[in-house]
Design a protein. Structure first.
Length: 511
């Protein structure tokens, strides 16, 4: 039977199947597109992550390379420092080895001398026994009396041997010390090569004409009184043609007065009010000059870190002289000499230079204060925070206190070198004769001295002793005692040599 619904049903089923298939295919297509999109996103994320990873890796490598370079630089620097320390240690070790070797040589020399002394003592003991036996056999003296006689003879011989050994040891030590000292002093003087020589501080003011003296004195002496009161000096108007003399113990006030009076004579306006103004201006000008001089001197000496007050006080030494030697130039010269000596001896160069530069700072204030220039200078330096070793060098350079450091000894030596070198100082005839007479009287005051002579311009004292009162050992002791008394009681540049001469003469006549 032909049913008309069957074709419709089949057509519907077919359409349904086709729709299902098309829906499935569309769904698969959509899923495939989603999957492709996700894969693209994942691939982009992976590529981005890889790019970031490469960037991070490059930055990490750069940082690591930089750290490695810095580490290598630090290692190289430390290696350089270690090499420098090793070189310094090697030099120090070499120096110590040299010192140990010298000490060993000295110990061997002392051992040899000790063996010689021991051998001599054994010989003396044997001689003592022989003489004792001979005295007992020949002279038939009591044992105690023979012992005393023998002891007196042995004592004389032993004292003679002791004096000879002492002279030999002192001569060797003095020769070696003088050789090294001469070498160090010669090198120091040659390297400093100072151009400073003796100078004289003039206090004479030249005048354009004789009429200016009357204007300086003024009516009833009012101008000269005003000038002396304002400047703190004495003005001497005498018969010296076209010149007046300014007298004052304070060299700074004398310089201010000299400059002011010179300016007044040039200007021509001389009356009390103008005098005070000129002196005030010149005081400021001299203060400025002293401050600049102190700073320049510290720079020339190579001494840094000083308080401005110390530099200002040092500048006052520009107008101070000692035996004709300018004290500021002397301070610079002593500083340079002390630095050279300290470098040669292995001491602290900076402290030695500072001690040499400041050693005479007390001379800038000893006109106005009680005390010695060494004590005043040390107290002033201590007040402004100077190193304690430098303060001790300033205080002890004339042995007013004990020298605590080798830098203090170097400061004293450099001061003596600067003051004693040729051309550094001058000395008037009266002071020279007084010093010669004092040396001879001091030597004659010791017991056993027959005559004494000061020779070589007072650089040496030769003492002739009575041989019956002074033996060889006492002669050596006398030389030390005289030298010590000279150090304690006299002021002098350089050093003074003390020579004791003991001479025994035997005279007979053939008839």
């Amino acid at each position: 039977m032909n049913n008309p619904l069957i074709p419709l049903v089949l057509t519907g089923l077919l359409a349904l199947v086709v729709g299902v298939v098309i829906g499935y295919l569309v769904k698969r297509y959509q899923e495939e597109q989603v999957r492709k999109q996700q894969e693209g996103r994942a691939k982009g994320i992976i590529e981005e992550a890889q790019a970031r990873a490469k960037t991070v890796e490059v930055e990490a490598r750069d940082k690591a390379l930089k750290i490695v370079q810095e580490a290598e630089k630090d290692i190289n620097q430390r290696r350089t420092d270690l090499n420098r320390d090793f070189e310094r240690l090697d030099r120090r070790r070499s120096e110590l080895d040299g010192r140990v070797e010298r000490l060993e040589q000295r110990e061997q020399t002392l051992n040899k001398r000790q063996s010689t002394v021991d051998k001599r003592a054994n010989e003396i003991e044997k001689l003592y026994e022989d003489q004792l036996a001979k005295l007992q056999q020949v002279a038939e003296l009591p044992k105690e009396e023979a012992r005393q006689l023998l002891l007196s003879e042995v004592e004389k011989e032993a004292r003679g041997d002791m004096a000879r050994i002492i002279r030999q040891i002192e001569a060797e030590a003095r020769e070696e010390g003088e050789k090294r000292a001469r070498k160090l002093i010669a090198e120091a003087i040659q390297r400093v090569a100072s151009e400073h020589v003796s100078e004289v501080t003039s206090s004479v003011v030249p005048l354009p004409n004789e009429e200016m003296k009357g204007r300086i004195v003024g009516r009833n002496g009012r101008n000269i009184r005003a000038f002396e009161q304002a400047a703190g000096v004495d003005v001497i108007v005498d018969d010296t043609p076209e010149a007046v003399t300014i007298s004052c113990f304070d060299s700074v006030r004398r310089e201010i007065a000299r400059r002011a009076l010179t300016r007044l004579t040039v200007d021509g306006r001389i009356h009390p009010a103008y005098i005070e103004k000129i002196i005030e201006d010149e005081t400021k000008a001299v203060e400025k000059i002293m401050a600049e001089a102190g700073e320049q001197a510290a720079f020339d000496a190579g001494v840094a870190g000083l308080h401005p007050e110390i530099l200002r006080m040092m500048g006052r030494l520009k107008f101070r002289t000692s035996y004709g030697q300018n004290q500021l130039a002397h301070a610079v010269e002593v500083s340079k000499l002390a630095g050279i000596l300290a470098a040669e001896l292995g001491a602290n160069v900076e402290l030695s230079k500072a001690g040499g530069f400041l050693h005479d700072i007390g001379k800038a204030m000893d006109h106005n204060q009680e005390g010695t220039h060494a004590g005043l200078g040390a107290e002033f330096c201590k007040r402004y925070g100077v190193h304690p070793s430098v303060v001790n060098a300033v205080a002890s350079h004339h042995h007013e206190v004990d020298q605590e450091t080798v830098e203090a000894v170097i400061t004293e030596a450099a001061d003596a070198i600067s003051g004693a070198r040729p051309g550094a100082r001058r000395e008037d005839l009266e002071a020279y004769i007084k010093r010669i007479r004092t040396l001879e009287e001091m030597a004659n005051s010791f017991e056993g001295v027959s005559q004494s002579y000061a020779i070589q311009a007072g650089r040496e004292v030769r003492i002739i002793v009575r041989p019956e009162d002074i033996d060889d050992l006492a002669a050596a002791r006398l030389a030390r005692d005289v030298a010590k008394k000279i150090e304690e009681t006299m002021q002098y540049p350089g050093q003074i040599r003390v020579t004791v001469i003991r001479e025994t003469r035997a005279v007979d006549y053939a008839k």
